[in-house]
Each structure stands twice: as C-alpha cells, then as structure tokens.
Design a protein around this ligand. Structure first.
Ligand SMILES: Nc1ncnc2c1ncn2[C@@H]1O[C@H](COP(=O)(O)OP(=O)(O)O)[C@@H](O)[C@H]1O
Ligand SMILES: [Mg+2]
Length: 219
C-alpha cells in the first residue's frame, strides 16, 4: 500500500487529487477526493445511476475507458497522445489510477492547454498541436467525452507541443448503453473534434459569453 498521507498533490481537478508516485517520479497517482463518490451518485441523473455506483467513480470509469477497443487493439501510436495506464494501485487515500506523469524536462508537471490558451491563444504552435491531436483522434478512433482544455496537458518538445489527454477518456454513459455502429462512431468523433475547436477558440478569445449558450448554438 502506497502511503500518501502528508504528501501534497501537484494538481487537482473537480473530482481527484493528483500525486507524483513516491517510489516512481515518472508515474502519477490519482485518487478520488474524499466523500465525492457518494455525492456524485446522489446527484447523478437516472440513466447514469443505471450503471451503478462504481461506474460513476472517475477511476472506475477510467479503467473501462482504457479497455476500449481502439486502445486495446491500437498500436504504439495510441500513446502519442495518451499517458500509459498502469492499473489501480491501493493507497492510504483509497484506490488510485496510476498513469504516466506528463512533465517537462525538469520534472515539473506539464501545463494544461487551458493555461496555454490563456497565455498565447491559438497561435500557430498551439494550433499545430491541436491539429495533430485531431488527426490522431480520426486515425485511432479513440473515444473520449468532450475534449476540454483543462483535461489536456502540453509537453514541450523542441519548438512544439505534444498534447496528452489526461482525463475525459471513454464514451459517455448513454452511448455505451445504446452501443455503437461504425458510422455513429465516426460521426461522434467528428463532433468531439468540432467541439474541441469551438471550446479552444472560446477560451483563447477570453471566454466571451456563456459556454452553455455557445454549445447550444452549435447543436
Ligand atoms: N498524467 C498527468 N500528468 C501531468 N499532469 C496531470 C496528469 N493527470 C492530471 N494532471 C493534472 O491534474 C489536473 C487534474 O487531473 P484530472 O485527471 O483532470 O482530475 P479530475 O478527474 O478531478 O478532473 C489536470 O488538469 C492536470 O493539470
Ligand atoms: Mg479533469
């Protein structure tokens, strides 16, 4: 069991705390924030409750997300934009999802795309990195939920950025209940790509207007 007591997370999202693995600085351990799993279940809509309490936990969802067909049968290119997943690791703060830690050359956490968009907008370098991610999504057919800039981190490689999807992997609940056809899968990925650009441009432009209104207008 990994002891995380007294350790400071290097980052956190709405649901999870992220730690550098104490025995392996190249790995990241993500644990659910205390009591959040129960709260999420209480607040969830009926169709999400259908899949049970476990499926709502972000780490449980990540397990099935990493077992999706495109990843299991994909080649090495899968890992060009995804941190490798190393399974579930027990810690003193509960089960952790263990993945590669995406860092810069000094071992600091790679910045989020959200931060880059705020600092430099969709300049040619950021745009090229998004175009590369877009091509990878089409090629690999990896399924994700909406591609949000705070769930993507950017590793600097020479003059460019390599983007990694560190959260939001896997299809949405309703889609995995109803199943997939090839045509639907392709259509679904195109929609995610379209939304990714819409969101990136909205953030780069200083978040003018409500995101929910912009999303609605795009339906
Ligand atoms: N593998 C990773 N490498 C580097 N930074 C990460 C990694 N995973 C998460 N992070 C950082 O931690 C933050 C929160 O992680 P995330 O998985 O999105 O948590 P949550 O499930 O709570 O949304 C991210 O926005 C990112 O800055
Ligand atoms: Mg997140």
């Amino acid at each position: 069991m990994i002891d995380l007591n007294g350790m400071t997370p290097f980052a956190e999202g709405d649901n999870r705390l992220c730690f550098i693995h104490p025995d392996n600085p190249r790995h990241c351990l993500k644990v659910m924030k205390p009591h959040l799993a129960d709260q999420q279940y209480t607040d969830a809509p009926w169709y999400k409750k259908l899949r049970g309490r476990k499926a709502l936990n972000d780490n449980e969802r990540e397990i099935s997300a990493y077992h999706q067909r495109a990843i299991v049968h994909g080649g090495d290119q899968i890992w060009h934009h995804l941190p490798r997943w190393h399974g579930v690791t027990p810690t003193t703060l509960g089960d952790a999802s263990e993945t590669d830690f995406i860092s810069d050359d000094q071992g600091n956490p790679a910045p989020t795309l959200e931060k880059l968009l705020k600092q430099q907008g969709t300049d040619p370098v950021v745009t090229a990195s998004l175009q590369q991610l877009e091509a990878w999504l089409r090629e690999t057919q990896v399924l994700s939920r909406n591609l949000l800039p705070h769930n993507i981190v950017a590793k600097t490689i020479g003059p460019r950025y390599q983007l990694y999807l560190i959260d939001g992997l896997g299809p949405p609940t309703v889609a995995s209940i109803l199943g997939w056809s090839e045509a639907w899968r392709k259509h679904y990925i195109e929609r995610r790509i379209q939304r990714m650009w819409l969101r990136a441009n909205w953030e780069a432009g200083g978040r003018e207007g409500q995101w929910s209104d912009i999303e609605r207008a795009d339906r």
